[in-house]
Design a protein around this ligand. Structure first.
Ligand code: AMP
Length: 208
């Protein structure tokens, strides 16, 4: 699932994965957990993530290679936040090596909406779960809700600019594929979710 920060990728990926019975794999979540646990990878990634820039392709490709090799990913998966560069997309093609169709769904949202959403977004301080807008405590563990460190105004601007420069070319890279679809992310959550289900269905139909 592709889309700028704040497009609703995490929420939609989670929902689609749950409804399809496959894991959602988020490189951002895996990296945040590594930072939280203080692993060597987490220590190396912390400052980069806090500045809103991208962690190196080698590191995230390594994360995805390991994660996709686990048994729960054998029947399919939803990728959230990966790939973010053309090099990562090429590595992903090599990793899945034509085994199953790769459906690409890009969620489109105008930049003004993104800035507004990111400045009000909250996550759980304890488990990192994305909070539902307006919620007072974490729906998963009851923990306190806080702003993500990389959601502060200045970092948001940097992340959006990184997205335009580094991730923008990804859409151009994938657009010619028969399994590429884009959906309008600037509508209520349920409508975006329905459009994603139709888009994936249509893209898989093309494959048959
Ligand atoms: P996210 O939760 O997807 O917004 O990711 C948070 C941060 O983790 C990003 O701003 C990057 O610093 C890093 N990150 C996550 N996924 C990737 C990726 N595929 N490539 C490079 N950096 C990533």
């Amino acid at each position: 699932m592709l889309g700028p920060p704040g497009a609703g990728k995490g929420t939609q990926a989670e929902r689609f994965a749950r409804d399809s019975g496959v894991p959602r794999i988020s490189t951002g979540d895996i990296l945040r957990e590594a930072v939280h646990l203080g692993t060597p990878m987490g220590k190396a990634a912390k400052a980069i993530m806090e500045s809103g820039r991208l962690v190196s392709d080698d590191v995230v490709i390594g994360i995805i290679r390991e994660r996709l090799s686990r048994p729960d990913a054998a029947r399919g998966f939803v990728l959230d936040g990966f790939p973010r560069t053309v090099a990562q997309a090429e590595a992903l093609d090599r990793l899945i090596d034509g085994e199953s169709p790769l459906v690409i769904v890009a969620i489109d949202v105008p930049e003004e909406t993104l800035v507004r959403r990111l400045s009000t977004r909250r996550i759980c301080q304890d488990c990192g779960w994305n909070a539902t807008p307006g919620a007072k405590v974490c729906a998963r563990c009851g923990g306190e809700l806080v702003q993500r460190r990389d959601d502060d105004d200045e970092v948001v601007r940097e992340r959006l600019s990184v997205h335009r420069i580094e991730t923008g070319p990804l859409v151009a890279h994938y657009r010619p594929r028969a399994t590429f679809r884009s959906v309008n992310g600037d509508q209520p959550l349920d409508d975006v979710a329905k459009d994603i289900v139709s888009a994936v269905g249509a893209a898989l139909g093309v494959q048959r």
